[in-house]
Design a protein. Structure first.
Length: 119
């Protein structure tokens, strides 16, 4: 969980000047995600970050209704949400596979969402 918080802080540009960060992609990374994985279409992608372990997509200009709709689309694609933290992170597994494949988060104060897919 700490690694996720650190990664999100880095992607958000915390602690440094604009010149310290390279431009990140702002398109849905369809080629890097499994076939059939739903695209979050109700908002604007701020950036897409990736590592050898995950892909994180930060989205602005969205809302709770759109987030709930996306969660339903993810469930229809075969993911099962079985844990939610007090801070609002939703964890999902793919079918009967071990380990979490997906983390979703919605920030209602900023109308932003995070989709993090584990590779």
């Amino acid at each position: 969980m700490l690694a996720l918080v650190i990664a999100m802080a880095m992607l958000a540009g915390c602690g440094g000047s604009k010149d310290d960060y390279k431009e990140l992609p702002t398109a849905w990374p369809k080629a890097d995600l499994p076939s059939g994985f739903p695209e979050y279409t109700d908002g604007t992608i701020i950036n897409v970050g990736s590592s050898d372990k995950s892909i994180s997509i930060n989205i602005k200009d969205t809302n709770q209704s759109a987030f709930d709709k996306y969660m339903a689309e993810v469930e229809q694609a075969g993911y099962v949400f079985d844990d939610v933290t007090e801070t609002g992170y939703y964890y999902a597994k793919k079918g009967g596979e071990a380990g979490y494949a997906l983390i979703l988060f919605f920030n209602s104060d900023k109308n932003e969402a995070i989709v993090q897919y584990m590779l």
